[in-house]
Design a binder for this molecule. Structure first.
Ligand SMILES: *Cc1c(COP(=O)(O)O)cnc(C)c1O
Length: 364
């Protein structure tokens, strides 16, 4: 059998440690996972209450057009329904974009490190991947634009960027959109949009009217807390959505996922509470790090990339033994750092004292 050659050089996604695995290994009762930027407060109680009602008619295929959810999201964003495409998480929208636009001979431009699925899917399609190193956690947009040529199909902007948490300012996004040639699709991945507090964020959805080569990705996995149900979406011009649709599987989002996302969108109260608490706990973490003179990237998301005087793996192991799962920077291309999801106040207080203990023991 002959598989695509590129697959031999690729590794499947390595999930973070599983909670049960760690409990057993370390004999701990409680494990706190702060590794995947999930919502520590769960998801909307409205969704939870309605869930039993959603478990019906599972013998039927889902609505392949996601009509009810589509109407709700269109209303919420103030766009018309033809501007939306839904996916099995925004991960799948990334895949659909790559299936649609990338092939051997084409190239795609992105930052590094950034969300790994852009590169992963581009490689599978046989495209050339042009990666431009971040500078101080920021996209180096000028250098990215220099990489664009007549064979460039897609340019990726992850804002706030995973794993650094740094956002791209309005002025900078505009600069890219104004300078980038029109044959290049500019994808803005806004997976952490709800968490952004900055006043210079780019109003991507309203800008879609102005730029027909722009596409915005959003998800129900992060602030909405529905990662397990896999619903994400893309917003773009009608023409662009129509171009992508044939590359989408007909029943790519589930009946329960669609219904839960609809209810979750209706509970903006939950989003407000979640983001307020995130902001509070993130600020507490940042001032804790300031006091310790530990460096980090200022984050507009629900995680912080912390720079350490020890290796990320070493801090990871220490925190794991104390019942915390974080993401080591080693695996993310940022050694001597960890990416820490902002958790509940009480858990943050404990992990902060564990970080401090470790740092004291190495500088002593
Ligand atoms: C988590 C994440 C996604 C994917 O989320 P889905 O669960 O697939 O919707 C996309 N982009 C970034 C930057 C992310 O961090």
């Amino acid at each position: 059998m002959k598989a695509k050659e590129i697959l031999k050089q690729m590794t499947p996604y390595k999930p973070g440690k599983q909670i049960d695995e760690v409990k057993k290994e370390y004999g701990l009762d409680k494990i706190v996972k702060l590794a995947s930027n999930e919502n520590p407060f769960g998801f909307s109680p409205q969704v939870k209450n309605q869930l039993p009602k959603l478990i019906e008619q599972l013998e039927k295929y889902p609505d392949g057009y996601s009509a009810s959810l589509r109407t709700k999201v269109a209303e919420f964003l103030n766009v018309s329904e033809e501007h939306l495409i839904f996916g099995n998480g925004s991960d799948e929208i990334v895949q659909i974009i790559c299936r649609t636009f990338l092939e051997p001979g084409a190239n795609t431009v992105m930052a590094t490190p950034t969300f790994p699925q852009y590169k992963h899917n581009a490689l599978i399609e046989g495209a050339e991947v042009r990666e431009v190193p971040l500078s101080e956690g920021h996209h180096n947009l000028e250098a990215m634009l220099e990489q664009v040529d007549e064979n460039t199909r897609v340019l990726w902007l992850c804002t706030p960027n995973n794993p650094t948490g740094v956002h791209i300012s309005e002025e900078s996004v505009r600069g890219v959109l104004d300078k980038c040639p029109n044959h290049v699709l500019v994808v803005m991945d806004e997976a952490y949009y709800e968490y952004m507090e900055t006043t210079d964020a780019f109003e991507s959805i309203s800008a879609l009217k102005q730029y027909n080569n722009l596409m915005v990705l959003r998800t129900f996995s992060k602030a909405y807390g529905l990662a397990g149900l896999r619903v994400g979406y893309g917003v773009a011009s009608k023409e662009l959505i129509a171009t992508l649709e044939p590359a989408r599987e007909p029943f790519n989002t589930s009946t329960i996922g669609q219904a839960a996302a609809l209810l979750a969108l209706d509970d903006q109260n939950f989003i407000q509470e979640t983001t307020k608490e995130n902001s509070r706990n993130k600020n507490a973490l940042m001032s804790f790090l300031d006091d310790l003179q530990v460096d980090y990237y200022p984050s507009e998301a629900n995680f912080v990339l912390v720079h350490l005087p020890v290796s990320g793996d070493e801090m990871f192991d220490h925190l794991l033994s104390k019942g915390f799962i974080v993401r080591s920077g080693e695996a993310l291309g940022l050694p001597n750092s960890i990416r820490l999801t902002i958790g509940k106040k009480e858990d943050m207080e404990i992990i902060q004292s564990e970080i401090k203990e470790k740092l004291m023991s190495v500088t002593r």
